[in-house]
Ligand binder design. Structure first.
Ligand code: NAP
Length: 479
């Protein structure tokens, strides 16, 4: 490459500046011409009063460069502002989070010698991470798990494009579709529709809890795992531990137009500024970045130099403990000294640049021929006994086109009474369905009007049939 490639560099919080500096130094030492545009995000930005954690200048830089190398950003846990990481991923629709792990020379683990080499492909912008939360009452919190057909199609297509670019021939899809048949089931169904377009790849589905079990028991059976956002977050921390821990786990956040490369780990504040942190995850994230921008040779040179360094026994404190370990700076220098070296234990994977799939433009992919409104679920606040609630809800429906079918609490039917033992919360849901006639939104509004002073309703979901199929699940115990 003759001219420089512009890349936005965000050093990040905690150990971020140390690992970012290590990766930058090594890339610069390869001779690849990168024009680093340094910008900030994260804790310091929050402190300045910017509630997004990502300032305008950073966003404008990414809009120009389209490629980001990013250190970890600290997020307050359980309170305060939203994650600046999630904000970045969402702003630039980096819908796929690619997390490869591979056994490395010189990094002993209980799995050494078993040839672990797999990649978790995690959906990155939907699911519980849409962050749409409400307190239904001060005692009951709710979050929306949003999964779209579009999101599933994008992640599955990208996963196959990556499998092809990396010559992977075995692709598993891990979901919890046995319980969440609509949301998690959407990924499973989309995967099963697209998989036959890749007959050369062995495609299979695994329930995510068994996937975790299998990963600990026989991880070498996996080459690629496609999964939803939350599952992927957890599984990929697990997979990083299989090859030596978070210090060795890189990642790429890929979107159609923007790619953000970062270590899987966080800001590890207790190690900040000590020159002891392992920068490998960040360096290998930079390797993924080099491949993404077409610097395939430099990518392999850096990867080989890291492996040569580890094989020589030059390792940081997370692997060695205090005795015999080197600091972040010395480790970085050793890698630079090894640029051009290879070791027999490591064959850099033959990879092509990933051909990013072009997502379909339309928002809706499936247009049903018939949509029929048949009822409504009304969630409301109450501390009364189910029997009393049932009778009151029946009375609310009197004189309307709807009748009460059941009342549930936390997903289990409580009226009509089932044998379930109830430990109630103060939110219940009444399901009303049509008495037989065609109903409209107006009929639902008049039913809600009857709730009036009796119960405080907190949210409502319409019950519809799409091409004769229910668009809602049944409560536990509901017939
Ligand atoms: P963390 O920063 O990843 O640290 C957890 C533990 O992992 C560390 O205590 C350390 O384990 C180990 N570790 C992490 N990075 C390492 C490295 N480079 N080399 C060796 N060991 C490493 O996770 P956290 O403590 O849960 O989160 C801290 C902050 O980071 C939070 O604010 C969180 O929101 C944020 N975070 C950011 C990102 C991101 O920017 N993408 C990702 C995750 C978390 P030992 O204690 O065993 O040494």
């Amino acid at each position: 490459m003759s001219s420089s490639r512009a890349v936005t560099l965000i050093a990040g919080d905690g150990v971020g500046p140390e690992v970012a500096e290590s990766a930058r130094k090594i890339i610069d030492a390869t001779g690849v011409k990168i024009d680093w545009h340094e910008h900030e995000a994260g804790a310091e930005v929050f402190k300045k009063g910017d509630a997004t954690g990502v300032p305008k200048e950073t966003i404008e830089s990414i809009e120009k460069t389209r490629v980001v190398l990013k250190g970890p950003l600290a997020t307050p846990v359980g309170f305060g502002e939203k994650s600046a990481n999630v904000t970045l991923r969402k702003l630039f629709e980096t819908y796929a989070n690619i997390r490869p792990v591979r056994e490395m020379p010189g990094v002993p683990t209980p799995y050494s010698g078993r040839g672990i080499d797999l990649v978790v492909v995690r959906e990155n912008v939907e699911d519980l991470y849409a962050g749409i939360e409400h307190m239904e009452t001060p005692d009951v919190a709710q979050t929306l798990k949003l999964i779209s057909r579009k999101g599933c199609e994008k992640i599955v297509k990208l996963a196959y494009a990556l499998a092809e670019a990396e010559n992977r021939t075995n692709v598993a899809c891990a979901t919890k579709a046995n319980i969440m048949k609509m949301t998690e089931g959407m990924l499973k169904r989309t995967f099963e529709e697209i998989a036959p377009e890749h007959p050369e790849i062995d495609s299979w589905h695994v329930i995510v809890d068994n996937c975790a079990h299998q990963l600990v028991k026989r991880p070498e059976q996996f080459e690629m795992i496609i999964t939803t956002n939350m599952n992927g977050d957890i599984l990929s921390d697990l997979t990083s531990a299989l090859v030596g821990g978070l210090g060795f786990a890189p990642s790429a956040n890929l979107g159609t137009d923007v790619a953000i490369f970062e270590a899987v780990h966080g800001s590890a504040p207790k190690y900040a500024g000590q020159d002891t942190i392992n920068p490998t995850a960040m360096i290998l994230s930079a390797v993924l970045m080099l491949r993404h921008i077409g610097e395939l040779e430099a990518a392999s040179t850096v990867e080989n130099a890291v492996m040569a360094t580890l094989a020589q026994g030059i390792r940081t404190r997370d692997v060695m403990g205090d005795e015999g370990s080197v600091g972040t700076t010395a480790y970085t220098e050793a890698i630079i000294g090894n640029l051009g070296n290879k070791v027999d234990e490591w064959q850099a994977r033959e990879v092509k640049q990933v051909k990013m799939p072009v997502p379909r433009k339309e928002a809706a992919f499936i247009i049903p021929e018939s949509v029929e409104l048949i009822g409504v679920d009304v969630f409301f606040q109450t501390e009364e006994e189910p029997e009393v609630v049932g009778l009151a809800a029946q009375a609310i429906a009197e004189g309307t086109k709807l009748e009460l079918k059941m009342v549930e609490c936390r997903g289990t039917q409580v009226w009509p009474k089932t044998s379930a033992e109830l430990d109630p919360t103060d939110v219940m849901r009444a399901r009303f369905i049509t008495r037989g006639s065609v109903i409209t939104s107006e009929d639902i509004l008049s039913l809600l009007g009857n709730f009036g002073g009796r119960f405080n309703w907190v949210h409502v979901e319409k019950l519809r049939m799409f091409d004769g199929e229910p668009s809602f699940s049944r409560a536990q115990g509901e017939k």
